[in-house]
Write a protein that binds this ligand. Structure first.
Ligand SMILES: Cc1ncc(COP(=O)(O)O)c(C=O)c1O
Length: 408
């Protein structure tokens, strides 16, 4: 038998400059079109491998809620790593309970189950709703979600995602999902049958282009679910963690779902997912659901530090103020640049539409000027910056965006 010398430590031990983008094309499956190599981050800024600095209004797509390398998160990870990196869910781990306690308090009494991603959190929510249907609604199992929604990349969450482009390649998709137009209560009512068990909705749609539902609609849906014995699931993976100025975006609409899911920003950038259930839906029993890594001590330590920082530093108020400021500045840009046809948002979740499908051109021109922004489809620009963004950062971002738009 021949053996080869391992070379995996090369990146750590060698000072040789490697062409990471070329190596990525060689070694990594082609699931992402990318070439910019990011090396480090601090606060609202990231640096690429050439030392170029960028103002980051993408924040790992709404994930680095406290920016990069926040001292509270770094300290929590370091401290926890020396104490306990992983222990099975066969045992209680202290950080997991602490994070669940924080979420219980901010959600008005919902209990947690932790996973590793948003898709997985939604899978848990779907399973929980199905169990409720088996026990309380004659075996009903169908989930109704919304057009233009996004709920993840597993097969079930792909089936729940209301965008054809994410679904078509993977058919046949799991049974038991259908979509209705977003924020159309009559369409929702008409779609419900005796097979239906739950309504899955983003109170503010993220990937679809930052569309907040109205208070009236969400209250109608809440009342309808109560009346029909349906489970209301709010997907807060993108809009949660204070992004809209409230801890959960559904708080704006004066409702509380039966189940809510989180991920992205919950541990300040460390992978985590959470599925929270209120009294009515809190029916999992031992053996129903499980995970190896979900609720891992490192992820939960980072989560505890992130939630504590958001609350203690009143980043909810800050996100509201900065969101209004950023929204106002985008409205000014819209008056100046006719390519902008509409602006939307809530808190630090902002978008503007374009008259032509030129989002990529705008992102490229912003990048050249040291600004990271993202899109939601070819004709919408999206900004989901860290909650620690300051007014001067907004001014700088708008100046760069103004130049990028002028350079089209
Ligand atoms: C609303 C929403 N739900 C679920 C997901 C899936 O999360 P993850 O990529 O962590 O699986 C996303 C990701 O963008 C999301 O925005």
């Amino acid at each position: 038998m021949t053996t080869t010398t391992p070379t995996t430590n090369q990146s750590i031990s060698s000072s040789e400059k490697r062409d990471w983008a070329a190596l990525e094309r060689k070694y990594y499956q082609h699931t992402f079109n990318r070439s910019l190599v990011m090396e480090r981050g601090e606060g609202v800024r990231v640096w690429d491998a050439n030392g170029t600095v960028y103002l980051d209004l993408v924040a790992g797509i709404a994930t680095n809620v406290l920016g990069h390398a926040h001292p509270a998160v770094v300290r929590a990870i370091q401290q926890q790593a020396t104490q306990l990196i992983h222990v099975s869910n066969l045992y209680v781990n202290e950080r997991q309970v602490e994070l669940a306690e924080q979420l219980y308090n901010v959600s008005g009494g919902m209990r947690s189950f932790f996973s590793n991603s948003g898709a997985e959190a939604n899978e848990g929510a779907i399973k929980l709703a199905r169990k409720y249907g088996r026990l309380n609604r004659n075996g009903a199992y169908e989930i109704i979600s919304m057009d233009r929604s996004f709920h993840g990349r597993t097969l079930a969450t792909t089936a729940a995602t209301g965008q054809k482009k994410y679904q078509d390649t993977w058919r046949p998709l799991p049974d038991g999902f259908k979509q209705v137009p977003f924020a159309d209560f009559d369409a929702l009512k008409a779609a419900v049958s005796n097979k239906t068990i739950g309504i899955l909705i983003e109170a503010v749609q993220g990937e679809g282009g930052i569309y907040p539902a109205s208070t009236e609609y969400m209250q109608q849906v809440r009342a309808f679910c109560d009346e029909q014995n349906l489970i209301l699931i709010c997907d807060e993976v993108q809009a949660g963690m204070g992004r809209t100025g409230k801890f959960f975006s559904w708080e704006h609409m004066g409702i509380r779902p039966d189940i809510t899911t989180m991920a992205k920003g919950l541990a300040g950038g460390v992978p985590i997912g959470a599925m929270l259930a209120g009294d009515r839906a809190d029916i999992f029993e031992p053996g129903d659901h499980g995970t190896t890594f979900g609720g891992n001590p490192i992820a939960c330590a980072a989560g505890v530090a992130t939630v504590r920082t958001i609350i203690e530093q009143d980043l909810l108020t800050h996100a509201t103020e900065m969101g209004n400021y950023l929204g106002g500045k985008i409205d000014e840009l819209a008056k100046k640049h006719s390519i902008i046809t509409g602006t939307r948002g809530l808190g630090l979740m902002r978008a503007f539409d374009l008259a032509e499908p030129r989002a990529q051109d705008i992102m490229d021109r912003a990048l050249e000027r040291g600004l990271l922004i993202t899109n939601a489809g070819p004709s919408t620009i999206r900004m989901v910056p860290p909650l620690i963004l300051r007014g001067s950062d907004v001014d700088e971002a708008i100046e760069k965006l103004d130049e990028a738009l002028a350079a089209l």
